[in-house]
Design a protein around this ligand. Structure first.
Ligand code: ADP
Length: 401
């Protein structure tokens, strides 16, 4: 599976093929970007007058200066210029033209080609070879420079596109949060009314001494309505909490609070609710924090109720508080199934529920840990989990003092 993932892309096409295609595409776009007058064919046409100009300069200098030693210099200049503007092909063509021009106009006997004659060929050979080397090096370097420039432009374009996509995603995310917040608000009133009415009816039924047979079904139905609307209310509350927190609508009400007290309150409540053994280990002295005590209580409650929910009934849950240097750490440990490594990075995301949690029919919406994360981060702290399959899980909350 790993090898497949390395060699094939998402559409099952070999990666080498995809890379070649991308390179060809990039080359096509690069060529399309070059102005028409810089195409190699146009360059070859321009080579003739440029070499003509250079050889005229050579002849002029030869006429003006008595001991003229460097006839190749103006021609080399022309070759470099052509290589820089039009690339290696036209530059090589200019080397050939320059060699012939030097031979014809400069090497005695003038006005004829001496290449076929032995000393003539030997005299012109160094110029020819140097010209080729200069043409190739200058042409290649220029092409490489332009390609790098082009790649940089492409990269910039992609970065801009990514930036825009990111912004759009951000907006979509905000819209989603807005929608969730509005939908939760709208749902809250009818759900509360339905639940209220069901509870009123249940109370009335319970006051009746004797109920006709068909009313027992009504009672069961009302109890189901009460139960399910309770779940819905919890979901709507969580959604409202999360969206308000994310949109910054919720202000933290910070005040001095003792983390030991918060944890022992939560442990007490959860013991009563679940009937489970919950061990609490706290330092002897108060552990004071400036924080929103209610919200911190919500975090600990979520972690402890998860520990209870995802571990066997007979196993104990441990809660401990430590203070180190400038941080307070709350640990909640359970001896449940544990969370596989690959799932650990998702559990703090909204609506994530592990496949195990879904198949085991444990109630929940996958919002608890996302809310915990938001609360802890708004306090400047961090939350994480350490877990091994079969060995239970420990959730850590670290808060700055
Ligand atoms: P839920 O309402 O599903 O419990 P949470 O956000 O609280 O939502 O948790 C997200 C998921 O993380 C859970 O569905 C579960 O798969 C996993 N999880 C959370 N706490 C524990 C735990 N103590 N042990 C094992 N899995 C856990």
């Amino acid at each position: 599976m790993k090898i497949r993932a390395k060699r094939f892309n998402r559409n099952d096409r070999p990666l080498v093929f995809v890379r070649l295609q991308q390179r060809a595409e990039m080359r096509k776009r690069y060529i399309a970007q070059i102005p028409r007058w810089r195409h190699p064919l146009i360059g070859s046409l321009f080579t003739v007058p440029l070499v003509g100009l250079a050889i005229s300069l050579v002849l002029l200098e030869k006429m003006l200066i008595r001991n003229f030693y460097f006839p190749g210099a103006p021609l080399f200049l022309a070759i470099v210029l052509i290589a820089l503007i039009w690339g290696t092909g036209p530059a090589l063509f200019s080397v050939l033209l320059s060699t012939l021009a030097l031979d014809y106009f400069y090497l005695p006997p003038f006005g004829q080609f001496n290449l076929a004659i032995w000393p003539g060929a030997l005299q012109i050979l160094p110029f020819f070879l140097a010209g080729i080397v200069i043409a190739i090096i200058s042409g290649q370097r220029e092409v490489a420079r332009r390609r790098a420039l082009f790649a940089e432009q492409e990269l910039q374009t992609h970065a801009d596109e990514l930036e825009q996509a990111n912004q759009e995603l951000e907006e979509a995310n905000q819209l989603k949060d807005q929608f969730l917040s509005m939908a939760s608000h709208e749902l809250k009133t009818p759900i509360t009314t339905i639940r209220g009415q069901a509870q009123v009816m249940l109370r009335r039924l319970s006051k009746q001494k004797e109920l006709p047979g068909e009313f027992s079904d009504v009672r069961t139905a009302l109890e189901r309505i009460d139960e399910q609307t309770y779940r819905l209310t919890a979901l709507v509350d969580d959604l409202l909490d999360l969206s308000s927190m994310r949109s910054g609508k919720i202000e933290l009400r910070s005040s001095p609070c003792d983390v030991r007290e918060i944890c022992s309150g939560v442990v007490e409540d959860q013991r009563l609710l679940s009937g489970r053994t919950i061990e609490l280990v706290v330092p002897p002295a108060p552990v004071m924090l400036n924080a929103d005590c209610e919200r911190l209580g919500q975090v600990v409650t979520n972690l402890v109720s998860n520990a209870i929910k995802y571990s066997p009934d007979e196993s104990p849950v441990q809660v401990s508080v430590h203070q180190r240097d400038k941080v307070v750490v709350i640990e909640v440990h359970d001896s449940g199934q544990g969370i596989p490594k690959e799932e650990q990075k998702y559990i703090f995301e909204t609506f994530y529920r592990s496949p195990d949690a879904q198949t085991a029919r444990k109630s929940g919406w996958g919002l608890g840990l996302a809310i915990c994360k938001d609360i802890v981060e708004r306090h400047g702290g961090c939350i994480w989990c350490e877990s091994r399959v079969g060995e239970g899980s420990t959730f850590f909350v670290e808060l700055p003092v």
